[in-house]
Ligand binder design. Sequence first.
Ligand SMILES: *Cc1c(COP(=O)(O)O)cnc(C)c1O
Length: 466
Amino acid sequence: MNKNVLYRSIPKVDVLLEQESVQALIQRYSRETVMEAIHEETEALRARIGSCKEEEIEEVQQEINRLSEKIRLSVERMHTPNMRRVINGTGTILHTNLGRAPISREHMAKLQDIVTGYSNLEYNLEAGRRGERYSHFEKLLCKLTGAEAAMAVNNNAAAVMLILSSMAKGGEVVVSRGELVEIGGKFRIPDVMEQSGAVLIEVGTTNKTHYSDYEEAITEETKALLKVHTSNYRIVGFTDTVTIDDLVPLAKEHDLPIIEDLGSGVLVDLSKYGLTYEPTVQDSIRRGADVVCFSGDKLLGGPQAGIIIGKKKYIDQMKKNQLTRALRIDKFTATALELVLQEYLSEENAIRNIPVMRMITEPLEEVTRRAKSLARMLKNAHLDAEISLAPCESQIGGGSLPLERIPSMAVTIKPGKMSVPSLEEAMRRTALPIIPRTVNDTVYLDVRTIESGQFKQIVEMLGELI
Ligand SMILES: *Cc1c(COP(=O)(O)O)cnc(C)c1O
């Protein structure tokens, strides 16, 4: 066994440091990172030699010969951001693992201009004094929803917590058992309530809650009635829920506020576009909810945020709550929210200029036309694969409209020699990773969630793989 020969053939650190390629790396990056890479890579080689079998010796020798190359790749990796753009071929529009709602390039360009310099984030330019960070979008939200006041925090989970802490701390909040939602990521309504210092009074059963259940639960300690939109599941069959309209007289009688957690905040009636009706934010305010909260990056299609709207006296209480300081949004979010909300001043603009809205409402004929174009480009690239089209179904995702399926069109790839799992893995490892769906041993790219502008790159990358 000539493992000792192998160990000795690993170049010494000082020898490596004299190599021109390594010197160039030091110039470009830093001595520290290059040294770190040298140590990591030589250690890895030693471990490899230690565990390699007799028949692998030739292979390991070649790895040793490629050491400088490995060092270069390792240094470059350290300086390349791990967070990257990926192509979403899954057809799930609000994909939580893939960053939920994409922000449009146009909005990003405006945002870039604002955040790369100083801004009037908390400065009132007219009065020449301190301003409020919510002022940029508060009026807009009120105009769009009919609410008296508005603010935003980091996400909707934080919004629920802040609302309960401001309005019900030390008291009781009545909620239906059918609405004790777990959103994922361990966000459970009962746990959030506990954190906020409010006591949860569960009423009704999983499938049925009646007006009288709420009525009987109200005591001296009751501070609010809470409705939670079951945004990520549906209870169907023998069911009964109490709507906000039903609750309003009861709340009035006992002088209690109604809080509604809508989850996904839609401002547009989606049923006009062939989807199931999802209660809109405006609806909730019109029906008499006193405070409503929803996510910024679900169906609204904006940045991650928890938007809170409602009666001024409650919103003012929240703005003063110490928790708000810990949950407040930053300038990126404040800017992006204003840009996205402005689009909603016209439904047409919202559909056209907000990527999530555009993807949800894109007609099947249009998706099919684009899918044909991608398929044609892939065929022209002469890959060792069978390229075809297949009807498929897109989903909303992100815990919104769980039963909704939107008819869509996929480009399918059935590789010749390569197996589907190895193609799928290779696609994930490219410079611009592509995340597909695999169905019946075929790779599916649902074109609804892929921008036409990226077709060319997809074809180039697949060309290198198959
Ligand atoms: C998604 C959701 C939340 C949490 O919102 P995030 O913005 O993800 O924090 C809270 N409540 C409901 C009903 C939801 O659907």
